[in-house]
Design a protein around this ligand. Structure first.
Ligand code: TXA
Ligand code: MG
Length: 339
């Protein structure tokens, strides 16, 4: 087993990490969304080892991270005008755009597709690492496949210790859910493949049409042909069984949870909800922004607390909240209790 170095967000340690990447090693690093598990996107063997370390299916493509617009030349064959306008507005930031890939990006990176997802992260450590290494960095979230995405360096260590060369500790991630992934059906149509902090409403001023892929709301069959392969896999789940409860108000939710009382029961409440007598609870905020920040952290804390079954107050489906709704529904296998 390899020894995984825990590095700090300092120039000296970032230099060490940059050199590891150049040498084909895997380095986990903080971004503003979640921690990424990085390799040089152009080195086939390194990228292959990302899939091995995560236990990730080979048809699930990776996102390539850049630090400046000039790097796009070596990654995509074409940047449509709409993509340029979006990059000006949202990069660096949590937006991934799917564009036609060029030959320098091997098919392992793109999961066999002729397109590639690209994003410029805003976390200073991520930007420095890309600059110092000179590599476009292919990076999925740094969790074992199926687990919640990591939002601290400790989460990465819990999943990846002994499997990767190093982790850079950049503290708790700000956004907490992964980037918004979009593609363009044509010059005027933005197709949201995965919702994130940047919402459909945020994108509307930039295109005549913005729509959200069906896979965001519903379970997709494992053998289905989908626009974004990542969406068909069950994801983000803690060991505890997650049960979203669509209740008209807190009182109805509390009464239902009381009626389900059993060993290992927990609930995940909004901050404004009162306690539920006799039921252990955790909270994940009131706004979509807060819920996104806390969701994956709470998933991991619930497992540590020994939760078996977790009843969760349902987030909204609009704006940034849709990203929370999507992650929760996927953790629950799209099963909800409606009161
Ligand atoms: O915030 C994020 O995006 C984080 C950080 C590390 O940047 N990364 C991340 O990567 O979430 P990952 O691999 O866990 O998710 C990538 C998603 C998957 O749903 C995948 O299907 C989609 O992006 N994707 C990537 N390339 C694609 C492509 N060429 N076409 C369609 N979907 C693509
Ligand atoms: Mg992931």
């Amino acid at each position: 087993m390899m020894k995984t170095k825990l590095l700090q967000n300092t120039n000296e340690d970032l230099e060490i990490a940059a050199e590891l990447l150049q040498n084909g090693e895997l380095v986990a690093f903080p971004t503003e969304t979640v921690y990424g598990l990085g390799a040089d996107a152009r080195q086939e063997d390194s990228v292959r080892s990302i899939f091995a370390a995560k236990g990730r299916p080979a048809d699930n493509p990776l996102i390539v991270h850049i630090s400046d617009m000039g790097m796009l030349d070596g990654i995509v064959t074409e940047v449509p005008e709409i993509a340029e306008r979006l990059a000006k507005a949202f990069w660096p930031g949590p937006l991934t755009m799917v564009l036609p890939k060029c030959d320098a990006i091997p098919e392992v990176t793109s999961g066999g597709l002729d397109t590639v997802g690209v994003r410029m992260p805003s976390h200073p450590a991520a930007l420095s690492l890309i600059r110092m290494s000179g590599c476009p960095i292919a990076a999925p979230s740094a969790n074992r496949s199926g687990s919640p995405s990591p939002t601290t360096a400790k989460h990465v260590m819990d999943d990846m210790d002994g499997r990767i060369a190093a982790v850079i500790d950049g503290g708790l991630c700000d956004v907490g859910v992964e980037s918004t992934v979009i593609c363009f059906d044509d010059d005027e149509t933005i197709h949201i493949l995965r919702p994130g902090l940047i919402s459909a409403e945020d994108l509307e001023p930039f295109a005549a049409h913005v729509y959200v892929d069906e896979a965001v709301y519903t379970q997709i069959a494992a053998d289905a042909k989908v626009a974004s392969p990542g969406m068909k896999y069950r994801h983000y789940a803690p060991h505890a069984k997650i049960i979203p409860v669509d209740a008209p108000d807190h009182a109805a939710f509390a009464a239902f949870v009381q009626s389900q009382k059993q060993e290992g029961i927990f609930c995940l409440l909004f901050d404004s909800d009162p306690e539920i007598a006799g039921i252990p609870c955790m909270r994940y905020g009131d706004s979509g922004r807060e819920q996104a920040h806390f969701l994956f952290l709470r998933f991991r804390e619930l497992d540590e607390a020994g939760a078996q079954t977790v009843y969760v107050r349902m987030p909204k489906k609009s704006g940034t909240d849709l990203s929370v709704y999507n992650r929760l529904m996927r953790a629950a296998g799209f099963e909800v209790i409606t009161l």
